[in-house]
Design a binder for this molecule. Structure first.
Ligand code: ACO
Length: 310
């Protein structure tokens, strides 16, 4: 039996920061941000809420949605580049808060591909019959590593958390195929600098992402034994609408078959793909039995994709 998602939850900070708000604190414009990135607003967590807080709330919601109890979870994986501190891990912090007494716990660092790395890692443990249930959380408080004086990056990011409980689903459901990859030689294009801020060569990341998103999406469709005509919905990492559009066009999908959650949330890195999935499920755009492609890329450089029967 395949591993698949059996419960989802998220935690989105209440504070909305619009492009107009950013116009007041830096030399930018709503028009520039919308046309170059597709972002209209993002959420920023309050000072007292760190990644562990957002992760805990999202995880609690996902466990309730899955209809299991926390002590049935065998492993907790938290994908994040903004943990509260290097250790203890966010995964250990929420393991205690959730009362997931039997779970092993670790953080996973793959930047914006983190949720994909989490899904695929969970799949291995479930399909090898090691654990019945694995909890994955993608969480970021990117606002704390954003340089608010750098308009090249500050307009792009947002905070949030998403969580998924993975377990066994039927033979032709769940994760059908996957691809993970990395290219450490591209680490220089996107990293946390010595001042603790995100530093990015936007054009290089853009070129890499356009190539990788389309290729990885097509690869997982083929590995699952399908063609692009079979795909019902695309959930790309919500980094830039132009990158996402190029992936959509490679799959010949109409506009309404791709998530554009980026408008409301910006780039939430590890939380982006799971959050977009929840957004589209709540909007009624994803239906039982749909063939989904989830695909992401991030600092590292990293990438990952899955084909999934919902
Ligand atoms: N407001 C107004 N003008 C701006 C802004 C801004 N916020 N930011 C940059 N500009 C200016 C630049 O200074 C430049 O001006 P110049 O021509 O006078 O020098 C001009 O706009 C064009 O800049 P470009 O960098 O060429 O703009 P581009 O069209 O490439 O868009 C962007 C920049 C949005 C950053 C794009 O390159 C991009 O999205 N890259 C990928 C980013 C990404 O996906 N990152 C993933 C992060 S994932 C993770 O792991 C955290």
């Amino acid at each position: 039996m395949n591993a698949g998602i059996i419960g989802l939850g998220r935690c989105i900070p209440n504070r909305v920061v619009t492009n107009a708000d950013l116009e007041k604190i830096m030399d930018t414009s709503d028009e520039w941000i919308r046309t170059r990135t597709g972002i209209e607003e993002r959420r920023i967590a309050s000072d007292e809420h760190n990644s562990s807080h957002l992760a805990f709330e999202a995880a609690k919601n996902a466990i309730a949605n899955a209809g299991i109890s926390a002590d049935q979870i065998g492993l907790i994986l938290v994908a994040t580049v903004t943990p509260d501190r290097p250790f203890p891990s966010v995964a250990c912090m929420i393991q205690d808060q959730l009362g997931a007494h039997k779970a092993a716990a670790m953080d996973l660092s793959a930047a914006c591909a983190g949720f994909m790395y989490g899904l695929v890692t969970a799949k291995q443990f479930i399909e090898s019959n090691t654990y019945d249930y694995v909890l994955i959380v993608g969480v970021e408080k990117l606002s704390k590593i954003t340089n608010w004086e750098d308009r090249n990056t500050a307009v792009l990011f947002g905070d949030g958390a998403c969580a998924a409980v993975m377990g066994k689903v039927s033979e032709n459901r769940g994760i059908l195929s996957f691809e993970l990859g990395s290219d450490g030689s591209g680490g220089k294009h996107l990293f946390q600098n010595d001042a603790g801020h995100i530093e990015m060569n936007g054009r290089e990341v853009f070129k890499f992402a356009v190539r990788q998103m389309g290729e990885s999406a097509l690869n997982v469709i083929e590995k699952a034994g399908y063609t692009k005509e079979d795909v019902d919905f695309l959930i790309p990492h919500q980094a830039n609408i132009r990158i996402m559009e190029s992936a959509r066009q490679r799959l010949d999908l109409p506009e309404e078959k791709m998530s554009t959650a980026i408008k409301k949330y910006g780039n939430t890195s590890s939380a982006s793909i799971g959050n977009a999935l929840i957004e589209e499920l709540e909007a009624g755009k994803i239906h039982d039995g749909d063939l989904l492609v989830l695909v992401g890329f991030g600092g590292g450089l990293t990438w990952g994709a899955v084909a999934m029967r919902w």
